[in-house]
Design a protein around this ligand. Structure first.
Ligand SMILES: CC(=O)Oc1ccc(/C=C/C(=O)NCCc2ccccc2)cc1OC(C)=O
Ligand SMILES: [Co+2]
Length: 174
């Protein structure tokens, strides 16, 4: 399964991802294929829609203090739902589908998420800080929402201008 990252402004990223009903080999192969892509691109979170699979599947690997991302920290979430949320946290976010662009985004500080693992076992996770931000960022992807969609009108305009210039530079440098 050869996956590549879909980049903004590709319309695929606006699709709503479907609930996973079958916890079969195809799901396991997708999860297994997403992990190396996230690691290779220094990602800490990846949603299946970013590799053009509109399924409610996401993976996370929050780095340790030393920056390492051991596979033991890998979290695989299927059909995640945020059931509790409170507080506020601002974090400078980036996204593998919006390369080289980072902006401060406000999210809930504390969340509780219900989800299933790759074998359909239901799990509940309480998260705060970076893990909480990452989970909210990735669950937004499953709803077709990118972090740049949460910017104010003025900052969004700034982003569009910067992004177009960057894409032109990238093309001319090829
Ligand atoms: C050049 C460039 O685009 O750099 C990057 C940008 C973003 C990322 C990864 C972003 C990422 O994992 N986002 C997950 C969601 C999230 C955002 C903020 C905090 C927690 C979770 C990696 C980059 O490095 C490469 C090599 O692509
Ligand atoms: Co993202």
């Amino acid at each position: 399964m050869n996956l590549s990252i879909v980049e903004y402004p590709d319309k695929i990223l606006k699709q709503i991802s479907e609930k996973v009903e079958k916890f079969d080999k195809e799901l396991h192969d997708l999860l297994d294929a997403m992990y190396p892509i996230m690691v290779k691109t220094n990602g800490i979170g990846l949603a299946a829609i970013q590799v053009a699979r509109p399924k409610q599947v996401l993976i996370l690997n929050i780095p340790e203090e030393d920056g390492e991302q051991p596979i033991e920290n890998l979290i695989e979430m299927v059909n995640p739902i945020i059931v509790k949320k409170d507080g506020e946290i601002v974090y400078q976010e980036g996204c593998l589908s919006v390369p080289s662009f980072y902006e401060d985004i406000i999210r809930f500080e504390n969340i509780t998420v219900n989800y299933q693992d790759r074998d359909a076992n239901t799990k509940t996770l309480e998260a705060n800080g970076l893990l909480s931000v990452a989970i909210q960022h990735e669950i937004d992807h499953l709803k077709g929402i990118l972090f740049i969609d949460k910017l104010s009108y003025a900052r969004r305009k700034k982003f569009e201008k910067e992004y177009k210039r960057m894409q032109k530079e990238k093309k001319s440098s090829k």
